[in-house]
Design a protein around this ligand. Structure first.
Ligand SMILES: [Zn+2]
Ligand SMILES: [Zn+2]
Length: 237
């Protein structure tokens, strides 16, 4: 059921079984994160010469993946396509036409899906052997998940006129996505700063013209026009 606001599209209310699954996902992901942190310390995964390199690379990877997922959802496919359209693509269309609506989504609604998607990575990190390359992969997976899990929360904070003071402190120091960096994603032509986990990759990707190059490639290979669906969605409101 859509929670529309005066003349603008709104998010679908998350109720019933879907909400129960999101609560279970958040609890499971939380327990798995704690178990993985304990595992990383007892197995000494942070004490290797490669540990800092793995942690930084995985954290950057999480931000890059947030950008790739966001760019894919913003740019390609139709919100009317079966299953994924309503559940995955429509929230991105709604968010561009009515950004304020995002602030009406509660903690469970905002973070449940990302928690669900990270559970397999957190389980794999726990099950991997602790020695050699497997230990490095385990550390990479848990770092990736810890940075990925709050992606939507960080995004929502970037829309808040007055976020909690600790959050504002992190935003101002560039630790997490700042309001200014994200505001440029919501300004015409709406093609900047797709990375929303920490925002660390945005400047580098812009410098190498990463997403426009990807778009030209997809258009050449598949003949698709970027943002065609978004344009037709926006024209309806
Ligand atoms: Zn977007
Ligand atoms: Zn936004």
């Amino acid at each position: 059921m859509e929670e529309a606001t005066a003349g603008l599209p709104g998010h679908d209310a998350v109720v019933g079984l879907t909400r129960a699954v999101e609560v279970a996902s958040l609890l499971t992901a939380g327990v798995l994160v704690l178990a993985n942190i304990a595992h990383a310390f007892t197995a000494g995964l942070l004490l290797h010469w490669w540990s800092p390199f793995v942690v930084v690379t995985a954290a950057l990877g999480a931000d890059l993946v947030s950008g790739l997922v966001h760019w894919t959802a913003d740019t390609w496919f139709s919100e009317t396509m079966p299953v994924l359209g309503r559940r995955f693509l429509r929230p991105f269309r709604v968010h561009h036409v009515n950004p304020e609506d995002f602030l009406r989504r509660d903690f469970i609604d905002c973070n449940g899906d990302v928690a669900m998607l990270n559970i397999p990575f957190l389980i794999a990190a726990l099950l991997l052997p602790e020695s050699g390359i497997c230990g490095a992969v385990s550390l990479a997976l848990v770092t990736f998940s810890i940075v990925s899990l709050p992606t939507n929360q960080v995004h929502q904070w970037a829309h808040m006129p007055a976020p909690p003071s600790a959050v504002a402190w992190l935003q101002h120091r560039g630790v997490i996505l700042s309001m200014e960096a994200h505001a440029s994603h919501h300004s015409a032509p709406y093609v900047a700063n797709y990375c929303i986990a920490t925002g660390w990759c945005n400047r580098w990707l812009a410098a190498v013209d990463f997403f426009p190059t990807c778009e030209r490639l997809v258009t050449r290979v598949a003949g698709l026009q970027p943002r065609a669906d978004e344009q037709s969605f926006a024209e309806r409101w």
